[in-house]
Design a protein around this ligand. Sequence first.
Ligand code: ADP
Ligand code: 5GP
Length: 185
Amino acid sequence: MSKVARGVPLVLSAPSGGGKTTLCHRLVDELASIEFSVSHTTRSPRGKEVNGVDYHFVDDSEFKSMIDAGKFLEWAEVHSKRYGTGLEQAESRLSQGTDVLFDIDIQGGHQIAERMDDAVLIFILPPSMSVLEGRLKGRGTDSSEQIEKRMQAAAQEIKAATGYTHWIVNDDLDAAYEELKSVVV
Ligand code: ADP
Ligand code: 5GP
């Protein structure tokens, strides 16, 4: 029996509002060989988000039980909520040869890089901080208090994104997407 080549772990990070979700959806829609890793989170669904599709929405105690049971490949606290990637799901897809796309923050990206030396780390940058703020406001899903928190975190995240090997500026969406696709392909 021939051995299946392991899939590639693709980590995509950006400050909130940087365009990760938009770019990730486009990538998994177009490239059938890539599967999106659905994270667990303790935050509430926003807008049209669907449980099990965008996230697995869980409460604090379920998240804690998963940590205690060693069920996360990585997890982190982001904007006062917890987010984590299920180990079993990710590993089984990778070992079957499927490339897996992780839309996670830089704390999670660093944890995955430590555990998987074949991980590809991609960071999406907004063209400027004022454009980022405009996009967060335009998305219409966060309160002004949340937007302020996210803007404060953004500058720190950009500074701390060491170890990321590919940096893409998301100014024109189509151009950023083509650049992302060329890295992945
Ligand atoms: P993230 O998942 O990183 O928080 P989103 O993908 O939700 O970011 O993007 C934030 C907002 O900015 C969304 O309303 C999205 O439609 C918009 N957006 C993303 N990329 C661009 C772009 N290149 N030009 C204009 N608007 C964009
Ligand atoms: P949002 O609440 O806007 O969906 O996500 C907030 C941040 O959490 C984003 O930077 C997103 O990439 C990150 N995130 C989503 N899922 C995970 C995860 O499983 N692990 C980690 N470490 N971060 C995640």
